[in-house]
Structure formats: C-alpha cells, structure tokens
Design a protein around this ligand. Sequence first.
Ligand SMILES: NC(=O)c1ccc[n+]([C@@H]2O[C@H](COP(=O)([O-])OP(=O)(O)OC[C@H]3O[C@@H](n4cnc5c(N)ncnc54)[C@H](OP(=O)(O)O)[C@@H]3O)[C@@H](O)[C@H]2O)c1
Length: 295
Amino acid sequence: MPITNREVHLVRRPDGMPVPEDFSVVEAELPDIAPGQFRVRNLFLSIDPAMRPRLSAGQALDEPMAGGAIGRVVQSLNPEFAEGDYVMHRWSFREYANLDGRGAQKLAVDPALSPSVYMHVLGGSGFVAYGGLLAIGKMKDGEQVFVSTAAGSVGSVAVQVAKIHDCYVIGSTGSDEKCRWLTEDLGVDVAINYKKEPIRSALKAAAPRGIDVYFDNVGGDHLNAALPRMNVLGRIPVCGMISAYNNFGAISDPVTTLSNIIYGRITIRGFVGADFPELKPAFDEEMTAWVKSGR
Ligand SMILES: NC(=O)c1ccc[n+]([C@@H]2O[C@H](COP(=O)([O-])OP(=O)(O)OC[C@H]3O[C@@H](n4cnc5c(N)ncnc54)[C@H](OP(=O)(O)O)[C@@H]3O)[C@@H](O)[C@H]2O)c1
C-alpha cells in the first residue's frame, strides 16, 4: 500500500563546502509496488566524496538524492527478489524505495558480519583500496608506501593492506586524533597531520627511503609534495582528488613538481573499481578472511 516516505532532497546547489540549508528532509507519498517491482527499506547509506561534484551538476534539485545504499526487501512482486533479501543499490537518501531490479544487486551477507561492512571494507571502498595498491600501484611486499586521506573509508583500508604486505607506511590526515588511530590502532609507521605541518616538509622527514607507491586520494598540495619524494620507477595510483571537489569544476591547486615524472620514470594512473574485475574473487576471499580474523 502507499506509504509516507522520508527523503533527503538537494534544494540548492552548494557554493564551496555544502551546508545543511542546501538540503531538505521531505515527506512524500510512495505508491504501491507494481508487478515486477519490490520495496526496499534502506538500512545504510553511503555519503561519498564523489557525490560532491554531482551536487554542482548532475543531481536534480527537489528530488531524492542518489547514492549507494544497502536495504532489505520488505515486499515483492518480482520473482528475483524475495522478502528478507539484502540488496545493494543507488536509491539511497530515502527510507524506502520501490525498485524493479535494474541497478540493484542481491547481497549475500555473511551471517558472522554486519551488512554494513559491504558498504566499506568489503564494498567499493575496500575494493578500490585493494586493487589500487595491487593492480594499479603494483605494490610489492616491503615497499615504501604513502597514503593520503589515510583515516578515510578508502585510505584506512589501503594503509592496512600495505601493512599486511609488510610495507613501511606513511599516512596523512587532518587531526591528531586520527593520527593516533592510524599509528596506535592500524599500525601505520608515521602519521602526518597536514593541517599542523606543511605536507611537503613533513613528508620529506617521514620518508627517508623515498616513496615507491603514493596512493593519492587528495591531489593538489599532496601530489605536489609526493612527486619529489618518489623513488625511481615509483607508481602513483590516483584514486581521488578530494582537495578539489568543493571548487567549481573540481579544479585542483597547481601541481608544479611534475618534472619528477621524468627523473624518476614515474607512472601516474587514475583508476576506478571497474578497471580490475579479475581481482574481485581474490578480494572477496582475502578481505573477508582479514575482516573475520580481526586482522
Ligand atoms: N576511484 C574510485 O573508484 C574511488 C572510489 C571511492 C573513493 N574514491 C576517492 O577516494 C578518496 C577518499 O574517499 P573516501 O570515501 O575514503 O572518503 P571519506 O571516508 O569520506 O573521507 C574523506 C576525508 O577526506 C579528507 N579531506 C577532505 N578535504 C581534504 C583536503 N582538502 N585535503 C586533504 N584531505 C581532505 C577529510 O579527512 P581529513 O581529516 O584526513 O582531512 C575527510 O574526512 C576521495 O578522493 C574519493 O573521491 C575514489
């Protein structure tokens, strides 16, 4: 039957950093499901940096925001999706969604784990951290690794994968509390609070043996600082440029150290998770084992 649904709408395009006034919580009627449809109650939603450019262009105003969600089927007229199934889909920022199966995939939730892990470490964030380091960064055991946004969803997995591979790991983040978490809980060798010290000099001090792999989540000043520290044949998998997303057109700060690409024969490559589907079975097996063992 029709229900009253609570939805989050974008009501104004943000200027720089988004503020609460750019959004509104709206009550709207959700019609009954039609044949072929099923109704999902959303349990978890993901608020991703990549959504920020869409708030400037792409996300429609006065409509529920799009974004990743995990929900559970509460009613179904679709033979592929049964009541109780967990589903991952793109219709988040609302309590309920009527779906027809397109853009939705059933989620096999390990009974020993919370379904929320498929939104981070066993989901897209974990997969880009794993594949970005291993397939794009070609990280080898024992190398020197720098990860920016190291305490974020992607970065915190990347630093742990690098530590599991016995690498020397430097992480940058924006608070002392996050620095402590990185070193004390995650085993990062050196954590840099880039808000307290210039990233360029801090990185020089933290990387006495240079950097073999820079996992870039930030771009701008961090990329500028990392390039002169790269070892010969170093690799820079570029996962994101969060320092640029609040700027119109996602324009980053200038990177003036690019000549190091020649001296160091450095490879810089952007990537998305769809670039290494062949890694998915190994990721599922290895990462699930690491999560379940507490490693
Ligand atoms: N290529 C792909 O397929 C893919 C997939 C997922 C994510 N990504 C990218 O990966 C990056 C991290 O995503 P996430 O989901 O892990 O993010 P997240 O968990 O939301 O973390 C975002 C963090 O970025 C840091 N940050 C914000 N502005 C910054 C700036 N100007 N300079 C340096 N750090 C800044 C903040 O932490 P601090 O306290 O450390 O400043 C913030 O908490 C993003 O660039 C995202 O676009 C790419």
